[in-house]
Design a protein around this ligand. Structure first.
Ligand code: F6P
Length: 325
């Protein structure tokens, strides 16, 4: 049985980096659980940028009413590359002191975690929650937003397959993920894509052509190819495939539509559990932790340890795609 430390804290919360569906559910859980345990809760707007600028207000439980189902982030988000500078971090700490904030809960991706690590090294207690569609945080099996985005992609690819089938084409669909291929490969499995290429699962071009030619010459005569962003010039790829396979090729970049929309039940539940767990960690007097989920169990790791973990590419998913293709 872990010992609860009863101490009322000022706790700030911010979202930073690319927004993700479920961030609001996490904010809601942190604020509601924090208030329930007697803490003072502060909304910090516009990520680290707003923190440095003092865009902060104390909030009550009604601040997060009717937000669990909303996409985006009610706290807004921003990227602040200058946060690596000592002077900027010291400004942030000044603002935290001004508002009587003892601990900071940050929701975002690895850039957000790095900001939290810098503040932690300067004595600010930061708790990180993984909020990104990319699922590229090694210290958790799933990030908040990944499941919703995956479902958005699956819906789009299913629709595109209808018209790709009708016109007997090859569709190349580019999905987000930054340098992580998780969205591409999970969507590839869920949609039965004929080909998936991510930065972690590259294929030689002659194999890509051979597989597509096989589709073209089969009775199926159409193909869905999902590729991660930042890998190809899609126009060049489409021209090459058309020339080498005889397919008529169309390209689709799903873009930021993937980041929007009401969070799935999975993301709402994950976000709410993680937000509540962040307060649990603070109640125990823990500091500088990153929250994650392994299997169905919530975990917390030291920020340095979390950031140093190597990311595991989704080889188990690719293995299944290959077996059932
Ligand atoms: O990290 C989330 C993400 O959506 C990535 O998948 C993508 O590469 C990036 O953010 C795009 O960021 P922005 O909307 O700032 O261009």
């Amino acid at each position: 049985m872990e010992k609860q430390i009863k101490k009322s804290l000022g706790i700030g919360i911010l979202t930073s980096g690319g927004d993700s569906p479920g961030m609001n559910a996490a904010i809601r859980a942190v604020i509601r659980s924090g208030l329930r345990d007697g803490h003072r809760m502060f909304a910090i707007y516009n990520g680290y940028r707003g923190l440095v600028a003092g865009q902060i207000e104390q909030v009550d439980r009604s601040f997060v009413s009717q937000t669990i189902n909303r996409g985006g982030t009610i706290l807004r988000s921003a990227r602040l590359p200058e946060f690596v500078k000592e002077s900027v971090q010291l400004n942030a700490i000044e603002q935290l002191k001004r508002f009587g904030i003892d601990a900071l809960v940050v929701i975002g991706g690895d850039g957000t975690y790095r900001g939290a690590k810098d503040l932690s090294q300067r004595g600010i207690n930061c708790i990180g929650l993984p909020g990104t569609i990319d699922n590229d945080i090694a210290s958790t099996d799933y990030t908040i937003g990944f499941d919703t985005t995956l479902n958005t992609i699956v819906q789009a690819v299913d629709k595109l397959r209808d018209t790709t089938f009708s016109h007997q084409r090859c569709s190349i669909i580019e999905v987000m993920g930054n340098r992580s291929g998780d969205l591409a490969v999970h969507a590839g499995l869920a949609c039965g894509a004929e080909l998936v290429i991510s930065s972690e699962h590259l294929l030689p071009m002659d194999e890509v052509i051979a597989r597509l030619k096989f589709q073209k010459d089969s009775s199926k005569n159409h193909a869905m190819m999902i590729v991660s962003e930042k890998l190809f010039d899609l126009n060049e790829l489409a021209t090459l495939i058309a020339a080498k396979t005889g397919f008529e090729v169309r390209t689709e970049v799903l873009g930021r539509i993937q980041r929007g929309g009401s969070p799935s039940a999975f993301d709402r539940i994950l976000a709410t559990r993680m937000g509540d767990y962040a307060i649990h960690c603070l109640n125990l007097g823990k500091s500088s932790r990153c929250i994650g989920v392994r299997g169905n169990t919530l975990i917390d790791l030291d920020i340095d340890e979390a950031l140093a973990l190597p990311r595991q590419p989704a080889d188990h998913i690719v293995g299944v795609i290959d077996r059932v293709k």
